[in-house]
Design a protein around this ligand. Structure first.
Ligand SMILES: C[S@@+](CC[C@H](N)C(=O)[O-])C[C@H]1O[C@@H](n2cnc3c(N)ncnc32)[C@H](O)[C@@H]1O
Length: 227
């Protein structure tokens, strides 16, 4: 459900340190991406540390927790080196198109036809898959992760929820126990978060967890692999 004008959780656009926009929710003291560089963070955490592991594959399925501005989806759709992708993106509060169209990704994200692609991703209907081109299919689902019905297993999870202090229920041990069941063997989950408790809970759920160097402005991030 979209957030109304007077909703305290309604986000506003801010410019991050690399010039790309992100959204800020003042009431949560949270940004949709790192304010040190939204584009840099998405590229590094989700594409470089996640998607690039699958460069030799023909096709993979990705699950994104927290579709938000669609920046991670856009960068994935623009990535032409690796596999074709079926991208399932979960979102409880889809953004208004008016707000999305004010984001400066068409100007700051390198690539061809960025604006057209970004618009197509946002115009795609909710709750049904749409092939944007022969390499990228988007399936946006308006649902909480906790309510997601069974779907085909995925190879890669972009875990991009608000931080544990803002949305603790998305970082509970039960989340990792449920997610590992939705991932193929050798599948991977990446997140910008590097909290010790999160790492230990992921390990307890059965993941092998690496602490990796973080994107600019963040010391570390986590990558969890299903054995
Ligand atoms: C950090 S932002 C996501 C940023 C996003 N990946 C992007 O590129 O803009 C977190 C998002 O998760 C959504 N969200 C909140 N609770 C959720 C839930 N239970 N399941 C799925 N998404 C949720 C929020 O509405 C918000 O859009």
């Amino acid at each position: 459900m979209q957030r109304m004008e007077n909703d305290p959780l309604r986000p506003r656009i801010v410019e991050s340190d690399d010039g790309s926009h992100t959204l800020r929710v003042d009431a949560l003291n949270e940004h949709y991406h790192s304010h040190k560089g939204a584009l840099q963070e998405s590229n590094y955490v989700f594409l470089k540390m996640g998607l690039e592991l699958f460069n030799e594959r023909d096709h993979i399925r990705i699950l994104e927790v927290g579709f938000g501005t669609g920046l991670n989806a856009l960068l994935t759709a623009l990535s032409t080196k690796g596999p074709s992708v079926h991208y399932v993106a979960l979102e409880t509060h889809p953004l208004e198109l008016d707000l999305v169209r004010q984001l400066n990704y068409p100007m700051t994200v390198p690539g061809d036809q960025v604006e057209t692609l970004f618009e197509a991703i946002h115009q795609a209907p909710w709750n049904q898959p749409l092939a944007i081109n022969d390499r990228f299919t988007i399936e946006k689902r308006e649902t909480a992760l906790q309510d997601l019905p069974p779907i085909d297993l995925v190879d890669l999870v972009y875990f991009d929820a608000f931080a544990p202090h803002a949305q603790p229920e998305l970082w509970e041990p039960a989340i990792w126990i449920a997610l590992i069941e939705r991932i193929n063997a050798k599948g991977v989950l990446v997140t910008y978060c590097a909290k010790g408790q999160v790492r230990r809970d992921m390990q307890a759920a059965g993941f092998i967890v690496e602490r990796l160097e973080g994107p600019p402005g963040k010391r570390e991030m986590l990558r969890a692999t299903k054995p």
